[in-house]
Write a new protein. Structure first.
Length: 391
């Protein structure tokens, strides 16, 4: 099965999946400036972030089965072309409505590009080898959000917000070259199904695979538990616990450090332990931490000394959940690995966006809504694993 260098493939696909954090996090520091230049409120420009997340989900939903039908590289090139054109058009954008349209199209192109990453791993590796490559790719997903805001702030200071989107154009060209010369070619599998029929039939086959859907749901819901905290992190630490804004990166960075540590630990564990076993331990660990947070919130016992370590465990667990869940469900799909990764990415973003948005609807001025949603997400992730995925 192994037909490519694990290190080379991990580096190439890591650069590919970094497209998502770069497209979102680099322009966050520029939102106030963009709002001023476009003559709208900052909240109007912030809406483009949510539009991008939804567009990525749609792009992954489309790109996954299309990459099974036409091959990984053609879909990646098409997605990068759309991403490049839209990024260039945003440089000259002067209306917020135009920004919304361009960000939606940019996200569809980006999502269709990124979705080939884990399907490509399945093309060349399986079992523990696949899980190790996916873990290494996931390391980039942890590092990119740390570097992207600083990169965006630097470009904003030197050349204004359009320079951020010019950088994305250059990065799209870089990725196209990297895919051309570093990604092994694999011809798509022959199929007698018409394209339209295959798009629906592929997702039907994935949805009917009970155990695979258990892994996909465990991954999406585990990710949602982490995303719920990210959505409410500034309120929790700055507004509720009254820490200084300058200290916020330290508290937030503690979670990233935990994820980096567990990411490296996962590589070592995979040499001796099966992915499914690690995943089972991780969902239990996340649920336990989330339920303890909920109990402390209900009894009004929340304090920095107990919140910080529990948040580190609850969010850090995703560094064990995601790579092992992906490696597990890909084992079920040789023919439809693109569709499976597309459905996984689509559900991951939609669940995280939906659950995270509920915080604003049920805000009480306390961390209770956050802890409730984190606990519900984590427990459902554990239930998906033990009731659907586990043998």
């Amino acid at each position: 099965m192994q037909t490519a260098s694990p290190i080379r493939l991990a580096i190439t696909l890591g650069a590919l999946v970094a497209l998502g954090p770069l497209a979102i996090d680099t322009y966050l520091p520029a939102l106030p400036t963009m709002a001023r230049d476009l003559g709208v409120s900052i909240h109007a420009v912030e809406l483009s972030v949510s539009i991008y997340v939804i567009g990525v989900a749609l792009g992954q939903w489309l790109g996954g089965p299309l990459s099974d039908h036409f091959g990984r590289k053609p879909i990646a090139y098409a997605g990068l072309s759309v991403f490049f054109v839209c990024s260039l058009a945003i440089v000259f954008c002067r209306r917020v409505e135009t920004l919304y349209v361009l960000r939606a199209l940019q996200a569809i192109g980006g999502g269709a590009t990124v979705v080939i990453a884990f399907a490509t791993v399945r093309d060349h590796f399986k079992g523990p080898e696949a899980a190790q490559v996916i873990t290494s790719v996931g390391l980039v997903l942890l590092l990119a959000p740390l570097l992207a805001p600083a990169m965006g702030a630097g470009l904003l200071t030197m050349a204004g917000w359009p320079a951020i989107f010019m950088m994305l154009c250059v990065y799209a060209i870089f990725l196209a070259l990297a895919l051309r010369f570093a990604l092994p070619h694999r011809a798509p599998q022959a199929s007698t199904e018409p394209l339209r029929q295959r798009l629906f039939a592929a997702y039907g086959r994935v949805l009917r695979q009970r155990r695979a859907m258990g892994f996909i749901l465990a991954n999406g819901l585990g990710f949602s538990a982490m995303f719920t905290f990210i959505t409410d992190a500034a309120f929790l630490y700055i507004d509720y616990f009254h820490i200084q804004a300058s200290h916020f990166p330290l508290y937030f960075g503690a979670n990233v450090l935990t994820m980096l540590t567990l990411n490296r630990l996962n590589v070592r564990l995979l040499r001796r332990v099966q992915s499914q076993t690690i995943l089972g331990f991780a969902v239990i660990m996340q649920s336990s931490a989330a339920l303890l947070l909920l109990g402390l919130a209900l009894t009004q016992q929340l304090a920095l000394w107990n919140v910080v370590p529990l948040i580190m465990v609850a969010t850090g667990s995703t560094a064990l959940i995601s790579p092992n869940a992906i490696a597990c469900f890909l084992e079920f799909f040789d023919r439809d690995s693109g569709a499976a990764t597309g459905l996984n990415g689509c559900l991951q973003f939609l669940l995280a966006g939906l659950i995270g948005s509920l915080i604003g609807l049920f805000q009480t001025g306390t961390p209770l809504p956050m802890t409730v949603l984190m606990a519900v997400s984590a427990v459902l992730a554990m239930g998906s694993y033990f009731l659907l995925a586990r043998r």
